[in-house]
Design a protein around this ligand. Structure first.
Ligand SMILES: Cc1ncc(COP(=O)(O)O)c(C=O)c1O
Length: 427
């Protein structure tokens, strides 16, 4: 979902430093508006990882003292993450990220709790949810019900109640949608699922970093969530590490077999430094979640207001009210999202088109199609996701770039326009 293949023009940014795998084109954080893909790394996370590497990063299963220190890092991180997310330490299963957490939740819970062979989800879920369900359908003969969403990407508890049956094993509904930012009424959805005794999983990979979440805490009384997926890099931690928060005692069939780490639920040597960085990011992120949400919402709403009033043919995607605090997503009639992405990139602003691209083939976003958008519109999506409030001049630059591209004052993709945008970006 997150990955877009950029046309060749965007690779003509200033030449990289051959000695660095990243090159030299570092982007100022204020111009990086793609936090939903990966949030900027927090200094606390970097420091926590450095501390682990400075101390050998020994294998936490090793019996010597260095191994014990690594095991202590993992267990402290587990407690911190549990505390921040309103679960118990024993509920935290570390994974390689959100994708693995979703696979483990859906495949692992369904196979270990075979009360039926029926799954319920929505058509706008992340591919790691949809494809895990389809795997169970294909290989194990499960039946999959996709509950439709409305034009804003919202699913109702009443529709979930109509979809679940006595043989429903699992209901999986994402809390905050990555593409359009819509937040689902999860406590009500979970209650509808629980009425037939189904297990409830939520992909909270996008939402957990910007909304207070809890599986069975006070934030959502009676929400009764059995499993929740989170990913470190959405909190400002490193990529390649995440967790499935799953009610301890609930059986999960492991996907990875081997040394029996994570209480047999996920084998493999733990990513000790990554886990330490993950916990540091979660701690800091959740401690400030309420105030950050308010400041992000103010910037988000200003950007949405300006785009809708100043860019011809722009319309908001996702729910206007029930949406993630830093998430602004649009479609622009008759203009490809990819071309706008490239124009903004050349102007020094990193965003996402929000459309799914598989192996370099641009396809219309299935989520937008499921919300009733026409295929042309589903090709015309653009997503701004903020990690910090927007500076006024960044908003001006966004508006100027979009206006120029959408009204066609400068031919799209022309070398002259691109070069001038790069020059502007340098100021
Ligand atoms: C809603 C959602 N779920 C799952 C994932 C996958 O997470 P990861 O990239 O850590 O595998 C993403 C990634 O962007 C996401 O947005």
């Amino acid at each position: 979902m997150e990955r877009v293949s950029l046309p060749a023009a965007s690779t003509r940014l200033p030449a990289g430093d051959a000695s660095s795998p990243l090159g030299s084109g570092a982007l100022a954080p204020e111009r990086y508006l793609d936090a939903a893909a990966t949030a900027p790394l927090r200094e606390t996370a970097r420091a926590a990882m450095a501390a682990v590497y400075d101390d050998l990063a020994a294998n936490p299963s090793s019996v010597h003292q260095a191994g014990h220190r690594s095991a202590a890092v993992v267990e402290t991180a587990r407690r911190d993450i549990a505390h921040s997310c309103g679960v118990r330490a024993a509920d935290v299963v570390f994974t390689s990220g959100g994708t693995e957490a979703n696979n483990l939740a859906i495949i692992g819970l369904a196979l270990a709790n075979p009360r039926g062979r029926h799954l319920v989800t929505t058509p706008i879920e992340h591919p790691s949810v949809l494809e895990s369900c389809r795997y169970l359908e294909r290989v194990f003969g499960y039946e999959l019900t996709l509950v439709p969403v409305d034009g804003h990407g919202r699913v109702t508890a009443a529709d979930i109640a109509r979809a679940v049956r006595a043989d429903t094993t699992l209901v999986s509904v994402g809390l905050g949608n990555a593409e359009v930012g819509t937040v689902q009424p999860l406590p009500q959805i979970a209650a509808a699922a629980k009425r037939v005794g189904a297990l409830v999983h939520t992909d909270a990979v996008q939402a957990a970093a910007s909304l207070p979440v809890s599986m069975h805490g006070e934030e959502w009384p009676g929400a009764q969530i059995d499993a929740m997926s989170i990913a470190s890099h959405k909190f400002g931690g490193p990529q390649g590490v995440g967790a499935l928060l799953v009610r301890a005692g609930l059986k999960v069939e492991p996907l990875l077999h081997g040394g029996g780490q994570e209480q047999g639920r996920r084998s493999g040597t733990e990513n000790v430094a990554g886990i330490a960085g993950f916990a540091a990011a979660v701690r800091e992120c959740i401690a400030t979640v309420g105030t950050r949400a308010l400041t992000l919402m103010a910037s988000r709403d200003e950007l949405i207001g300006r785009v809708l009033s100043e860019i011809p043919g722009a319309s908001l995607t996702g729910d206007p009210r029930e949406r993630l605090p830093g998430h602004a997503s649009f479609v622009f009639a008759g203009v490809s999202g990819e071309s706008l992405l490239v124009a903004l990139d050349m102007a020094g602003i990193a965003v996402s088109s929000g459309s799914a691209c598989a192996a370099g083939h641009d396809e219309p976003s299935p989520a937008l199609l499921a919300m009733g958008r026409a295929p042309e519109e589903a090709h015309a999506a653009l997503r701004f996701t903020l990690a910090a409030p927007l500076a006024a001049r960044i908003i001006e630059r966004i508006i100027a770039t979009l206006r120029r591209e959408v009204t066609g004052v400068n031919p799209r993709g022309s070398e002259a326009a691109a070069a001038s945008a790069v020059r502007q970006a340098a100021h």
